[in-house]
Design a protein around this ligand. Sequence first.
Ligand SMILES: [Mg+2]
Length: 318
Amino acid sequence: MTHRRRRDYRYRYSPYRIPFRRPLAMPWGFWSERRGIIVTLEDENRRQGQGEIAPLPEFGSETYPAALEFCQNFPPRPRREDLDPIPDRLPCCQFAFASALLALESPSFLPPQNWPYSYLLPLDRDGLPVLENLPSFPVYKWKIGRREFETESAELPRILEKLPPNAQLRLDANGALTVTESQKWLALADRWRRIEFLEQPLAPSQLSEMRRLAQDFATPIALDESLSSGKMLERLFREDWPGLYVLKVALLGAPQRLAAWLQQIPDDKIIYSSALETEIGRRNALQWAAQWGGPKRALGFGVEAWLGAGESVPTNAD
Ligand SMILES: [Mg+2]
């Protein structure tokens, strides 16, 4: 019998606050800055790994203050077994600590350059997409549901015309549509055939209505806000959800548990997506995605337009 040497880690955390270059229109109002926490773990060989806590309580995660309190009370010299039993009410903390450990153990990870990304179209104050100087992407995303259907949908031909010829467009309503509006958008999408999917047309409480929409139209429905926790993913899978799953990996808790569910969902039904975290959290999420076989659909991480210039995070690691 071998005696495993006790492994201690060094731990530190750094809160950050980064203004977005442009406020982001969300269903709950304009969102102007990102607050989060970077956690760093270092092992006895001085290998380091960083993970990011990027809470989004509107999506069902813990709040920033709750995460901060957890970080403040976490032991500065944790042992391996301190890193696992992070409570389920702190999914972003679970993600960050597991990610820091993964980054420490596989420090050379870089996301493959040929992975496809989607580009989030910036909106102006009137909710109109800014289409000048568009970078070239295989997939673009437009946030809809800001104005009347007739006014808003009239923009669709203009947008599609400005995109590269083979590019697809994702429509993301953030739950802001009615059933009737969703049907109109889906009918339009079925006609244009360049709409990859309609994301979260209705509020999370209207799951059965979204199931019906998914059955009535060819354009798939992707759930985002509905997927507020690992438990919800499990439930949707068990209930045989017929559409796609948008995974904000940074919000869904312990990645190892998530992986067990992902094995049962076809890869092309998954869209890995950002929770508007910094470069560190993004690398964390992509490192997990790589572990799980890589993306089959464009990644929802094309969010450069939102983060401020410099994007530097005040951590004490390089
Ligand atoms: Mg979304």
